[in-house]
Design a protein around this ligand. Structure first.
Ligand SMILES: [Fe+2]
Length: 516
């Protein structure tokens, strides 16, 4: 948790472009790991770059996937390939603290997940991979603070929804410059939609992915975006999926269109989609899928400053309802009984100053019916009223709960309240819906505000709504959270001009959020 202007951070920013842009020379690799790959592999095995994720005080997951022909199944021979890795305390990798050999297995798409332990808390590390005479780019990562650490600051970037066909991932260029300690990605890393010529970029393939190879190709295409690649190489990510990593609006084992996808076929699709997700994400072995199931809800600790609860709002939910009355059925669940209890236990037992909840989908109310009565989106928490409202009542007893969401392709920043039917009900927390990296493309802002601003009267808990593409940036310390809505002027071209659309503050001990 280096401060925003610390020497460590400034040094990296000065050297960052060179470090990320060029694979380090072979001479810098220290001898000592003799078991290099015997097979000669095609050039470009590290085309998908490097990544790291799920930081611990003493550990980090390092990731790469060998794919010399990334858009056509990967292009690797059908054999196990040893991959050397090393992690160092300096960007030139002279002070190596740990190294080893990982096995890239064909059954996992030749992905490599190294769960490094024994590192020091709250500091930057640099890492790289080597196989068959080829060396990866150098990545930088960062461990979490010491478990007992109470002070310091934490900079989190919140991102979601990067539809390749809607635009270039230009917000990541700005995110890189803002140098977050960790990136939180809350879903829609890929979109499963068929190729279309209507946007600035076109999906690979000939239709929606259903098989493992098709999902691999889709992830590989997304990883060819240079800004996404650079952001993965520059900070650890904490990821979870939403619907489009599998199928629009799926719920449990129910697809969007059960008529077109019989149950067996959809279970096979879930199995393929989760496997490809694991293969491409810097997550621990606990996330290795078991058929059509994957364990993604989990907690990460940032000292005593912040506890991050990452939810899974897809696998355990009831199917979406289709009416206002049905949304109030108390038998509906978003989290499932087990995850709900896990969340409540983790909130009530938390030693942390801030209790962050990464929810794929929006928790605060969105009433889209002007005037009398309400109309909700049933895929969001609004469609699961009883469970949502019970959770919000619990928030009243939790220390500084803040929900970080995605899905909406809008910035929506709200107070969380115990009862949205009662405008005078208690404010119990804050929610940030972090717009989208590229999904929905460049929206007509005037048209958006003409349509949505009149709804503010029906939704007085909304503090900021906006339709620019971008992400949210949070500087968290024990006194408060300073939030910025960082936006770009375009995603239809590969480069963009970033700016701050809004600044907000959440004060510790005072539920709710205010624009500043
Ligand atoms: Fe999305």
């Amino acid at each position: 948790m280096t401060g925003a202007n610390s020497p460590d951070r400034r040094r990296f920013l000065a050297a960052g472009a060179a470090v990320l842009g060029a694979a380090a020379s072979a001479q810098l690799w220290l001898p000592g790991t003799a078991r290099a790959a015997q097979t000669t592999l095609p050039d470009g095995v590290f085309s998908l770059g490097v990544a790291s994720g799920d930081p611990l005080p003493d550990g980090i997951v390092l990731w790469t996937r060998l794919a010399p022909d990334p858009l056509h199944g990967g292009g690797m021979p059908d054999e196990v390939v040893p991959v050397e890795w090393e992690i160092a305390e300096d960007e030139r990798l002279r002070k190596v603290v740990c190294r080893g050999v990982a096995q890239a297995r064909p059954e996992y798409g030749h992905s490599v997940h190294v769960d490094v332990r024994g590192l020091r808390p709250d500091r930057s590390y640099w890492y790289r991979f080597r196989t068959s005479g080829q060396i990866s780019a150098v990545g930088r990562t960062r461990t979490a603070p010491h478990p007992h650490s109470k002070g310091g600051s934490l900079r989190i970037a919140l991102a979601s929804c990067q539809n390749w066909q809607n635009g270039y991932f230009t917000p990541y260029a700005d995110m890189l410059a803002q140098d977050p300690d960790v990136v939180l990605f809350v879903g829609d890393y890929i979109y499963e939609s068929a190729p279309s010529s209507s946007g600035p970029r076109r999906h690979e393939g000939t239709g929606e992915p259903y098989t493992l190879v098709q999902y691999r190709n889709r992830y590989a295409q997304y990883r060819t975006d240079p800004d996404l690649l650079a952001m993965h190489a520059s900070a650890p990510w904490v990821v979870t999926f939403d619907d489009h990593e599998v199928d629009n609006d799926w719920a449990g084992e129910i697809p969007q269109d059960p008529d077109k996808q019989p149950h067996d076929a959809f279970v096979a699709r879930l199995t393929a989609a989760f496997q490809a997700y694991y293969e491409h994400m810097p997550v621990r072995a606990s996330a290795i899928p078991d058929g059509p199931h994957i364990q993604m809800y989990r907690r990460l600790e940032f000292g005593r400053l912040a506890r991050l609860n990452v939810l899974d709002t897809r696998q355990f939910r009831s199917d979406q309802v289709t009416s206002q009355a049905a949304a109030q059925d108390p038998s509906l669940t978003m989290l499932g009984a087990e995850q709900k209890q896990w969340l409540l236990d983790g909130l009530h037992d938390s030693p942390a100053r801030w209790n962050l909840i990464a929810s794929q989908i929006m928790m605060a109310e969105t009433d889209i019916l002007p005037g009398e009565g309400k109309l909700w989106y049933y895929d969001a928490w609004d469609g699961y009223q009883v469970e949502r409202n019970a959770l919000l009542r619990e928030f009243a007893e939790i220390r500084n709960p803040v929900v970080l969401s995605g899905d909406r392709h809008l910035t929506m920043i709200s107070d969380l309240k115990t009862d949205y039917a009662d405008p005078d009900s208690r404010v119990v927390g804050a929610e940030f819906v972090g717009t989208s990296i590229s999904s929905n493309g460049d929206q007509d802002q005037a048209a958006f505000h003409a349509q949505w601003d009149p709804l503010k009267a029906d939704n007085p808990h909304w503090k900021v709504i906006d339709a620019h593409r971008g992400y949210h940036l949070f500087d968290i310390d024990r006194h408060g959270i300073d939030a910025q809505v960082r936006v770009v002027d375009t995603v239809v071209r590969p480069t963009a001009t970033p700016s701050t659309y809004a600044r907000l503050r959440v004060e510790a001990g005072r539920p709710g959020v205010e624009e500043v």
